[in-house]
Design a protein around this ligand. Structure first.
Ligand SMILES: Nc1ccn([C@@H]2O[C@@H]3COP(=O)(O)O[C@H]3[C@H]2O)c(=O)n1
Ligand SMILES: [Zn+2]
Ligand SMILES: [Zn+2]
Length: 245
């Protein structure tokens, strides 16, 4: 079964030359949006798409470049689509996503009082795989990002790791490759500075060559052009390009 990945954007939260690091994953008849940042609708527009083309959205963590477009997504689907869209949500994010992010703009007395009034909410438990569609199976892994702010990376179809925003976890990456058979890694990559809340290029370059060859870099800054040819075996994911997985 063919599976296609198309990054709406590959930028970090302050990038101006790239849209937010959000992704479309498509099998024959299903489209999953991974994260929905501030720039999501504009990025989709550039791709000739709208939120109507999305069957489900999965959220990795609550930062504006990953959820800042959900209010528009919700209102668009509420007033332009016949069916509720599915929202795949890590179970620990259900309350904060509504209470701390979406309630302000979406709450409407007697009409919208919860996520369930807008989305078909499906809560995800880390370590428990879920078949989202015939060609897309997701399993969450809680990964470190900001202390006290949960963030979840994704194992896709047993062979692909899609990192959320996360600090360097070489042990996890090696375990995924050596014990779980992961053969493809899409990883957030901070090109300069210390890896306080993200994984740095320098850290990824410290991985064994076997693992580096599996990695494509995303969630990078506007300084990306300065690093072309300086990422070893790891290629930069290009936004809006379609990758056959
Ligand atoms: N403790 C923190 C929290 C946030 N940040 C910056 O804010 C950004 C929010 O989106 P992001 O993509 O997770 O990247 C975060 C850091 O740049 C940071 O640098 N340190
Ligand atoms: Zn981010
Ligand atoms: Zn983040």
């Amino acid at each position: 079964m063919s599976l296609r990945l198309q990054m709406l954007g590959t930028g970090n939260s302050f990038a101006k030359n790239y849209f937010n690091n959000n992704a479309l994953l498509q099998d024959e008849a299903f489209t999953l949006l991974i994260d929905c940042g501030i720039t999501a609708s504009l990025a989709l527009h550039e791709m000739g798409k709208t939120f109507r083309d999305i069957d489900a959205v999965l959220i990795t963590h609550i930062h504006a470049d990953h959820v800042g477009g959900l209010e528009e997504f919700a209102l668009f689907t509420q007033y332009n689509c016949e069916t509720k869209r599915v929202l795949y949500l890590p179970e620990t994010l259900a309350v904060p996503l509504w209470n701390q992010t979406l309630m302000g703009g979406l709450y409407q007395e007697g009409v919208v009082g919860s996520l369930e009034d807008i989305f078909e909410v499906r809560l995800l438990t880390p370590g428990v795989p879920v078949q989202v569609s015939p060609g897309i199976r997701v399993e969450l892994i809680k990964t470190p990002h900001i202390p006290g702010k949960d963030s979840y990376s994704i194992v896709l179809n047993e062979d692909t790791f899609y990192s959320a925003d996360m600090t360097f976890r070489p042990d996890l990456l090696l375990k995924l490759v050596q014990e779980r058979g992961v053969r493809r890694i899409f990883h957030d990559c901070q090109l300069t500075g210390q890896g306080v809340v993200h994984t740095t290029l320098k850290e990824l370059l410290s991985l064994p060559e076997e693992v580096r060859r599996m990695i494509k870099l995303m969630h990078y800054g506007d300084d990306k052009p300065d690093f072309e040819g300086k990422t070893g075996e790891m290629e930069f994911l290009q936004q809006q390009l379609t990758y056959e997985l």
